[in-house]
Design a protein around this ligand. Structure first.
Ligand SMILES: [Zn+2]
Length: 334
């Protein structure tokens, strides 16, 4: 593994990936380990309570053996203990920590050792919290903490894209252009087998493409769910290869999802609409992975805005837009 943290300068036995048990002489350990770690790990020294770097540390991450790099504990299993040493109620897996009965100093204790290098870590007591009732009382110096990777961004992407076919793209484009959170709407063709199809070719119904709009949206301001609710409000998802008077596979109802989450949202919404019998007939909308999207000719872009007075715009698009504006009145851009 080509990982910087997998190596330790001066300690050739250290590895976060190799779990092979080590058999290294005391003299060799003395040579490769820092003094304080050597004393604890190889000679069972105990650091003074309330002095180690981890006794009251609460970072999220993983604790490794400082001597050999074996993964020992997760921060989830760490608890605030009064004892002044870092305390865990559970080891990360059954082989990470091993035990040895320790009768030194006139006490009977259970010594906890690293499962790989056999180095002393601390002791195990039976006064820990549930669910195990155990307390792994460790020396900070024998541990090495690695924080969980901080995600560069939150789970929500800055921008998302979805491609929808709901009949004539002039209609759908006009509607999405006025939805809050939508940043860009492009009319085009998707789902066919011909490269760079023209409008004429798509209209022949022989290229397999659907008229679609590609929508770029800000998931912080709108959502895939809202976009699809709009979709099911402004087109008829129950007429196969047809929207009103427009007939042909290029007018099919289709959702081209760009990620798994969009697919989930689409299927869940279709299921809910079906169960609630929102439509009289069966929903025939297809949910398919995105295919190559071809931008339509310039004169199709912003068609409604530029041709408002044309009969098609007045009779077909405007009623859909009005329905959308009524249902989603709080969500319209002004
Ligand atoms: Zn170790």
């Amino acid at each position: 593994m080509d990982n910087a943290s997998d190596k330790k300068p001066g300690n050739p036995y250290y590895s976060r990936t190799d779990r092979t048990k080590l058999n290294v002489s005391d003299a060799e350990w003395k040579r490769v380990l820092p003094r304080d770690l050597y004393e604890v790990s190889r000679h069972k020294a105990t650091e003074r309570s309330f002095t180690g770097k981890y006794w009251d540390f609460t970072g999220k991450g993983t604790y490794y053996c400082a001597a050999c790099g074996l993964k020992l504990f997760r921060s989830d299993a760490k608890f605030a203990s009064e004892c002044g040493w870092p305390s865990f109620f559970e080891q990360i897996d059954p082989t990470s920590v091993t035990f040895h009965e320790d009768n030194s100093y006139g006490m009977h204790r259970t010594e906890a050792l690293c499962g790989r290098c056999g180095g002393h870590l601390g002791h195990l007591f039976n006064d820990g919290p549930e669910p195990t009732g155990k307390r792994y009382c460790m020396n900070s110096v024998a541990l090495e903490f690695e924080p969980d990777a901080v995600k560069a961004t939150t789970n929500v992407a800055e921008k998302d894209t979805i491609t929808l076919g709901g009949g004539c793209f002039w209609c759908i484009e006009a509607i999405y252009k006025s939805l809050k959170g939508v940043e860009k709407v492009t009319s085009g063709y998707a789902g066919g087998h011909l490269a760079h199809p023209s409008y004429r070719e798509v209209c022949s119904g022989e290229t397999g493409h659907a008229e679609v709009v590609q929508i770029v949206y800000d998931p912080h301001q709108t959502s895939c769910e809202e976009i699809l609710k709009v979709f099911f409000t402004v087109h008829d998802p129950t007429t196969l290869n047809r929207q009103g008077a427009d007939v042909g596979t290029q007018y099919r109802s289709v959702i081209f999802f760009h990620n798994k989450q969009q697919r989930e949202v689409a299927l869940t919404l279709i299921n809910a609409l079906s169960k609630a019998k929102v439509f009289d007939n069966l929903i025939v909308t297809k949910v398919e992975p995105e295919t190559k999207f071809y931008v339509a000719e310039d004169y199709h872009q912003e068609y409604y805005r530029l041709h408002k007075s044309e009969p098609y715009c007045r009779m077909v698009i405007q009623p859909k837009l009005e329905k959308f504006e009524k249902v989603f009145k709080d969500r319209i851009k002004h």
